[in-house]
Design a protein around this ligand. Structure first.
Ligand SMILES: Nc1ncnc2c1ncn2[C@@H]1O[C@H](COP(=O)(O)OP(=O)(O)OP(=O)(O)O)[C@@H](O)[C@H]1O
Length: 305
């Protein structure tokens, strides 16, 4: 596995008497998009604010490229780019001038680097226009460009697709993936939108009531698990017997349908066998357990105490 660029070590936050974050331990690696998923009030924003040093931890540490954010803040934060609230920008300045303005506040940012971040977020053609004329998606991309100016190893985006229309969401998703894949940036995105996480992330951590209750690879889990397949076939009795033989799994027979949990890859062979045995097939429907099902399984109903 690639280098761990950010490590959370037993991170806790207590406000008043309430323990809001209860000891988070996980790592984020170079080149991955890590989704931080949880229902409202689970503790995502509080955790992100600790990751970027906006608020102090009560206990534990965040280590970025080997530097502790509590003991070595300057060195640690050098490697982080973030949009925690809405990206700040001057509407009366062009996108380019906004970036030049921010570049001046940081040492060693060349004009070439500004061109590079503009290209990374695909704003080349519109960068000379006033930021006030940008769509929300373009403003978000300009915000990402700004956060990337100092070439951070970790990019943290709190709810980056909030308020965007479907095409804006698709664009942001594409640029986030590109940053991870082509630039090797570790990207952390928080969201409570499950389908978003499924399409955007390599790995996902689920947080509930300030605790991490699961970390999983998004696509591996999708591929490895059996899917629910519903065959509409006749005659049903004979189909049930054959399906059971072929898959070795329990088959639930209805009036016209047969439901079985099986590997998706095995479907063509099973269909071919059924046909050879004289069974007539009217339909094959697959129900993949979505991330949403898994998420709801994990957090349960009434997720927030
Ligand atoms: N300054 C504070 N004082 C008291 N409680 C707080 C404070 N900040 C956060 N909390 C509480 O901590 C919990 C976690 O809040 P947080 O904003 O981190 O959740 P979240 O997962 O980001 O949710 P959302 O998606 O709604 O932003 C909530 O119960 C919230 O009420």
């Amino acid at each position: 596995m690639s280098e761990a660029v950010m490590q959370l070590k037993n991170v806790k936050k207590t406000i008043g008497k309430k323990e809001i974050i209860k000891g988070l331990d996980f790592e984020i690696h170079a080149g991955e998009v890590f989704g931080f998923l949880g229902p409202n009030g689970a503790g995502k924003t509080t955790t992100i604010r600790m990751m970027v040093g906006l608020i102090q931890m009560t206990e534990g540490d965040v280590v970025i490229k080997g530097h502790s954010i509590s003991r070595d803040f300057k060195q640690a934060i050098r490697h982080v780019g973030a949009i925690v609230e809405n990206p700040e920008m001057y509407p009366f300045l062009s996108g380019w001038k906004n970036l030049v303005h921010y570049a001046r506040m940081m040492p060693g940012i060349t004009e070439e680097r500004i061109h590079e971040v503009v290209r990374l977020v695909g704003l080349e053609k519109r960068i000379k226009e006033k930021a006030g004329k940008y769509s929300l998606g373009m403003r978000q991309r300009l915000g990402i460009a700004q956060a990337l100016l100092h070439n951070p190893s970790v990019l943290i985006l709190d709810e980056p697709t909030n308020g965007l229309d479907p095409s804006g969401i698709r664009e942001i998703r594409a640029y986030i993936r590109k940053l991870a894949e082509e630039e090797g940036v570790a990207v952390i995105v928080s969201s409570h939108i499950l389908s978003e996480m499924e399409m955007m992330c390599d790995r996902m951590g689920v947080i509930k009531n300030g605790e991490l209750i699961s970390i999983q690879m998004v696509h591996e889990t999708q591929q490895r698990e059996d899917v629910e397949v519903v065959f509409t076939a006749s005659p049903v009795d004979q189909s049930a017997t054959v399906l059971k033989e072929l898959t070795g799994k329990d088959v639930e027979a209805g009036e016209e349908t047969l439901t079985v949990q099986m590997a998706k890859e095995a479907i063509p062979d099973v269909v071919s066998e059924l046909v050879q045995k004289g069974i007539r097939i009217y339909g094959v429907n697959i129900h993949t357990s979505t991330l949403e099902d898994k998420f709801l399984d994990l957090i349960g109903e009434g997720a927030v105490e």
